[in-house]
Design a protein around this ligand. Structure first.
Ligand code: PGA
Length: 255
């Protein structure tokens, strides 16, 4: 299975931005601009409190819904947390796990990320597993080691079969929200590394696995990134808050 047979995916990660009116406006503009109407799959990942409103607004459209995080636990006394069952119930199909901001600012380690990945799948949510190296790690030539450590932690605990219904996002930490983007060649190198690791375990799953790039993707650089053989779309932060820009990125994934 080659790149052409993998359906491109563009996911907007709104992070902690926007009130209800902003959410409604962004979604309204995306629908007007026809985002999600093509071959590429388009999803938005609003803050938890907007999920139900956005789900309603998306009803009847082909834009999907994802969450930005999930609790590793099933249910119970976990004040402030949101379970995978709740996300599924409100209409999410995807959930981001292991985003570098969760890892760096909220102390999430590989072990917790694995548990979130497993919790998501238990409720038929597709995890978007984020992996990525920091600037210091890249300078030290540790990119490969870091990416494989993050990926292997999930592979070891969840098993290769879990990747048949998962997405991986390569997000170099130094490129997130910084305006610095990995070059298409830098991205391709790491995407090939990720797919190669999966291929060592199962070549059918590796051929169908979608690997997204994230880190300062904009309308101006999306096409060249998405053209790389192992880049199957993007996880978009800042640019996903601007409907026109995000719609252009979605269009770039069609080609
Ligand atoms: P950015 O964020 O597009 O603003 O760099 C990407 C992400 O954090 O998912």
């Amino acid at each position: 299975m080659s790149k052409a047979t993998r359906r491109p995916l563009v996911a907007g990660n709104w992070k902690m931005h926007g009130n209800r009116a902003d959410a409604a406006r962004i979604v309204g503009e995306l629908l007007t601009r026809g985002a999600g109407a093509g071959h590429a799959e388009v999803i938005v990942c609003p803050p938890f409190v907007h999920l139900a409103d956005v789900r309603r607004q998306l009803d009847g459209s082909r834009i999907g819904l994802g969450a930005q995080d999930v609790c590793a636990e099933e249910a119970g006394a976990h004040t402030g947390e949101i379970s995978a069952a709740m996300l599924a119930d409100v209409g999410c199909r995807y959930v981001i796990v292991g985003h570098s901001e969760r890892r760096a600012l909220y102390g999430e380690d590989d072990e917790l990320v694995v548990r979130k990945f497993v919790a998501a799948r238990r409720h038929a949510l597709t995890p978007i597993l984020c992996v990525g190296e920091t600037h210091v790690e890249r300078e030290r030539d540790e990119t490969k080691v870091v990416i494989l450590r993050q990926l292997d932690a999930v592979l070891a605990a969840a098993g290769i079969a879990a990747f048949a219904t998962a997405v991986v996002a390569y997000e170099p930490v130094w490129a997130i929200g910084t305006g610095l983007t990995a070059s298409p060649e830098q991205a391709q190198e790491v995407h090939a590394l990720i797919r190669g690791r999966i291929e060592e375990k199962d070549d059918t799953i590796s051929a169908s696995l979608r690997v997204l790039y994230g880190g300062s993707v904009k309308a101006g650089n999306a096409s060249e990134l998405f053209a790389m053989p192992d880049v199957d779309g993007g996880l978009i932060g800042g640019a996903s808050l601007k409907a026109d820009e995000f719609a252009s990125i979605c269009a770039a994934a069609e080609r």
